[in-house]
Design a protein around this ligand. Structure first.
Ligand code: NAP
Ligand code: GCO
Length: 263
């Protein structure tokens, strides 16, 4: 019997105060997991706790910056104390800075790479010992279409997400024989606060040119929603995917498969 159940599992979803992480944590809770999440901002945390409670989810929330090794150590210790050893880690926390490369400072480039790539290494190192001791574990890295493609203004983000794809494959390679599966989810263009600037109505009330561009480039002819990622995330977190390892599951409405409509 194939099991998509997460009953009895402890899941930590980073950056799950809202957006994609919130939807993934909600899906895990619906599948039976106990939920922990973190973010940096107190107000985000308080609102997220209320939002989870409104859904009947007794999530545990923690303030922790995933780029800070000491804060991550404390985060993992606190989750372990409150819920038990972490079975499932989703490296979801991430930022983007959309700046033309020649105008982007090295500081900005480093900040994006620090959160979107280095933090996944820090988080994985913190949870792997517990997974090894338990004899199983699931790590899911939230990659991106920019793990495969570039575009103007997102050099740091694409470099980080490309690196995250290869970190995913390396964790798979190094820990597969410990019954730890590390996979990625590559969302397409998803309607969250992160992409809100790309969907803003123009002063004349028309749709943002990028909004029109993405919808025309996506076979599904729409933006994705965080809810579109819930099923794929449960699959990769469950025993149903125990022989899936080092895979990036693109949830993109088909955009990576499509050359685009002839003008
Ligand atoms: P979002 O709406 O901007 O949410 C990002 C979350 O991460 C927030 O909860 C934020 O909370 C948290 N966060 C940011 N930096 C953090 C840090 N250093 N430490 C801890 N938490 C941090 O983003 P999203 O659209 O849901 O995206 C989530 C993930 O999916 C990101 O990795 C993103 O790159 C990826 N992704 C998004 C899309 C898309 O189209 N939206 C597509 C592909 C991939 P605080 O600010 O309070 O810390
Ligand atoms: C952008 C977008 C994308 C999405 C996503 C696509 O500016 O191009 O923010 O990067 O966030 O990563 O998969």
């Amino acid at each position: 019997m194939v099991s998509f159940s997460l009953e009895g599992k402890v899941a930590l979803v980073t950056g799950a105060a809202y957006g994609i992480g919130f939807a993934i944590a909600q899906a895990f809770a619906q599948a039976g997991a106990r939920i922990a999440f973190n973010c940096r901002d107190e107000q985000h945390l308080r609102k997220a706790l209320a939002d989870y409670e409104a859904l009947g989810i007794a999530a545990k929330g923690y303030i922790a910056d995933v780029t800070d090794e000491a804060q991550v150590r404390t985060l993992v210790d606190n989750v372990t104390r409150d819920l038990g050893t972490i079975d499932i880690l989703v490296n979801n926390a991430g930022i983007i800075k959309r700046i033309p490369m020649l105008e982007m400072s090295v500081e900005d480039f480093r900040k994006v790479v620090d959160i979107d790539l280095n933090a996944a290494f820090i988080m994985a190192k913190a949870v792997l010992p517990g997974m090894i001791a338990k004899g199983h574990g699931k790590i899911i890295n939230i990659c991106s279409m920019m793990s495969e493609l570039g575009r103007e203004t997102v050099s740091a983000y694409a470099a980080a997400k490309g690196g995250l794809k290869m970190l995913t494959r390396n964790i798979c390679s190094e820990f597969g024989d410990r019954n730890i599966q590390c996979n990625g989810i590559g969302p397409g263009y998803i309607a969250t606060p992160q992409t809100a600037p790309l969907r803003e109505r123009q002063p004349d009330g028309s749709r943002h040119p990028f909004d029109q561009f993405i919808v025309s480039k996506t076979p599904a002819a729409r933006w994705g929603t965080p809810e579109d990622l819930m099923g794929p995330a449960v699959f990769l977190a469950s025993d149903a995917s125990n022989f899936v390892n080092g895979h990036i599951l693109y949830v993109d409405g088909g955009i990576l498969a499509y050359i685009g409509k002839q003008p």
